[in-house]
Design a protein around this ligand. Structure first.
Ligand SMILES: Nc1ncnc2c1ncn2[C@@H]1O[C@H](COP(=O)(O)OP(=O)(O)O)[C@@H](O)[C@H]1O
Ligand SMILES: [Mg+2]
Length: 252
């Protein structure tokens, strides 16, 4: 498997403040990676760096085997991004179908009309997240969990190869969180590279292959059973984290 993303001695600053320090890591094609760390530890900043939205002050970032300085919109559309739920006014006049069609824009151009193929893709993507029956519903009328499923359909319509998830299940009820995790698992099974920032550690899928712990620098990186251990989490979050029950991931 080749590297999809690699960071080499990357340091990032906002103004004079260092928020990420000397990070080196790589993410393989098709890998499912979790990112954890306390608030303000630089998780979102790392995604913004990889998306090319901000530049590192030192170090190199490679995405799809290319230096990010040469990164270009044709690469950018190969990366899908899903953030926390956004508040949408319930009167905002946009339907579910329109939201998903927006995902096609990088492919078809903003000023060209959609083709029959684009409309078919929108239907398929909504079917994949089990939201097809809401095709013509105003987006603002949906619950936040349903909106998040539509936003996943939008990323699918973009035909992205890498999916970044920045706490997409925060503030969503547990059954819907589980549904969203199942959808993400399905995308990984189909070969998508997934990078998922998540605070709800219990939600992480069994198919997660690597966890990156950030605390300004790279605190630890390893497989689930190496990282989700009381002693690692206690150090990462500077607090005592006990395991009240045996760790389900513990294979030792
Ligand atoms: N646009 C910005 N300008 C200045 N400081 C920022 C900006 N965005 C984030 N920060 C600061 O950078 C640090 C890392 O933020 P962030 O990457 O959002 O952390 P996380 O996602 O892990 O909570 C925090 O201290 C935050 O306050
Ligand atoms: Mg964040």
């Amino acid at each position: 498997m080749s590297d999809m993303i690699s960071l080499e001695n990357v340091t990032a600053k906002y103004g004079k403040t260092i928020v990420l320090k000397n990070i080196s890591l790589s993410i393989l094609q098709g890998e499912y990676v979790g990112i954890i760390g306390p608030n303000g530890s630089g998780k979102t900043t790392m995604l913004r760096l990889i998306l090319g939205l901000i530049k590192p002050s030192t170090g190199n970032i490679m995405v799809f085997g290319k230096r990010l300085s040469r990164f270009h919109t044709t690469h950018r559309k190969r990366i899908g991004y899903l953030s926390q739920i956004q508040q949408i006014d319930s009167n905002f006049p946009i339907t579910v179908k329109d939201v998903v069609m927006f995902g096609r824009c990088p492919r078809i151009g903003f000023f060209r009309g959609s083709s029959r193929k684009d409309r078919e893709i929108v239907v398929q993507c909504l079917e994949e997240v089990k939201m097809l029956e809401y095709l013509n519903t105003p987006f603002g009328h949906l619950s936040s969990g349903q909106q998040q499923r539509v936003m996943i359909a939008r990323v699918l319509a973009q035909e992205a190869e890498i999916l970044f998830l920045d706490e997409p299940t925060t503030g969503i009820d547990i059954p819907t969180q589980t549904k969203i995790m199942d959808i993400i698992d399905g995308l990984h099974a189909k070969g998508m590279t997934i990078i998922h920032i998540c605070h709800e550690l219990h939600l992480f899928s069994q198919s997660l292959q690597k966890i990156i712990c950030l605390k300004q620098s790279l605190y630890k990186m390893g497989n689930v059973s190496d990282v989700l251990r009381p002693e690692v989490l206690s150090g990462l979050y500077d607090t005592n984290i006990y395991s009240s029950h045996s760790n389900p991931y513990d294979t030792h």
